[in-house]
Design a protein around this ligand. Structure first.
Ligand code: 6CS
Ligand code: FE
Length: 298
């Protein structure tokens, strides 16, 4: 397979142009979309879209209950799917919830979501990765700047930029409790990073990412070239859809307010994983789904 988006192969970083559309359904079909033309414009221009109050208060209460039940039942569980903080046993993420948990399976297959992601990706979709991210007050740690696609391409063999990440806010997002920060416009550039991927990198990277983190000059360039950094704030129940190559990160949370979210990645069925472009071993199924299944549910 030709590598359109090489990364972690050279000793100098490079900024490459995107070679895929941001919206994969032709814009002449905007009137068939479940979201407005303005929302599509904004997603295409910025690489993300926030929709406030997407879920009702009752739905949010149920989802919050479900994430805490799962956190409680996994407290003492030793499982690769349960990622702990770098310096404590606190749970940072739980992976593969769209398969392992019936409640989250239903959320992943919410028709309102599927209609939007099908339109953005121009095809049927399946879930590439799902996880709950817990960022408790006082203790939750940061996520370094990264493009998800860079990791999924290099470590999982995702060929093209044809996936979208969905973050469902399950606590109120303020500017100060370690919310998601995104660089608008960054979806149009691919930062080819330095450093060779070590074996089993995921064991480290899911706690603290070191490879596939862009250099400072590239990040400076992206923020200058776009319009700085955006922070979608708002009530629990809002969603943020972000394009797989949009540069993002988040700071630690030293406030008393937790920042929890449910994160699910939809990939086009026409963009299924091949061998990792790093040449290394495939990551496990619970991080990068290879099993077939249409739509997201199977
Ligand atoms: O490894 C992954 O699939 C995801 N996690 C991290 C920390 N970075 C890349 C990607 O978002
Ligand atoms: Fe990410």
């Amino acid at each position: 397979m030709e590598d359109l988006y090489p990364s972690r192969k050279k000793d100098q970083p490079e900024i490459l142009e995107r070679k895929d559309p941001v919206i994969h359904t032709d814009r002449s079909k905007d009137n068939q979309a479940p979201i407005s033309k303005e929302q599509l414009d904004s997603y295409e221009k910025n690489g993300f879209l926030q929709i406030e109050s997407f879920f009702s208060d009752d739905e949010v209460t149920d989802m919050q209950k479900a994430i805490f039940e799962l956190q409680d039942s996994n407290k003492d569980v030793t499982s690769d799917k349960v990622i702990r903080e770098p310096e404590s046993d606190d749970i940072r993420s739980i992976f593969h919830v769209h398969k392992d948990d019936n409640y989250f399976k239903n959320v992943a297959n919410d028709q309102r979501i599927l209609d939007i992601v099908n339109h953005l990706l121009g095809s049927d979709v399946y879930i590439h990765q799902s996880r709950i991210n817990y960022k408790p007050g006082f203790k939750g740690k940061e996520f370094e700047w990264h493009s998800d696609f860079e990791t999924w391409h290099v470590e999982d063999g995702m060929p093209r930029m044809r996936a979208v990440s969905l973050s469902i806010a399950l606590s109120d997002n303020y500017t100060f409790n370690g919310p998601l920060m995104l660089i608008p416009g960054s979806q149009n550039y691919y930062v080819s990073c330095v450093g060779e991927t070590p074996d089993n990198n995921y064991k480290e990277s899911l706690k603290k990412q070191k490879f596939g983190v862009p250099d400072e000059d590239s990040l400076r360039w992206l923020t200058k070239n776009g319009s700085g950094i955006s922070v979608p704030t708002g009530k629990a129940g809002s969603i943020t859809l972000f394009e797989c190559n949009t540069m993002h990160g988040s700071t630690s949370n030293i406030t008393p307010y937790p920042r929890n979210n449910l994160f699910m990645v939809y990939n086009s069925v026409e963009n299924r994983l091949v061998e990792p472009y790093s040449g290394g071993r495939k990551r496990p199924e619970y991080i990068a789904v290879r099993e077939s299944g249409i739509p997201a549910m199977s």
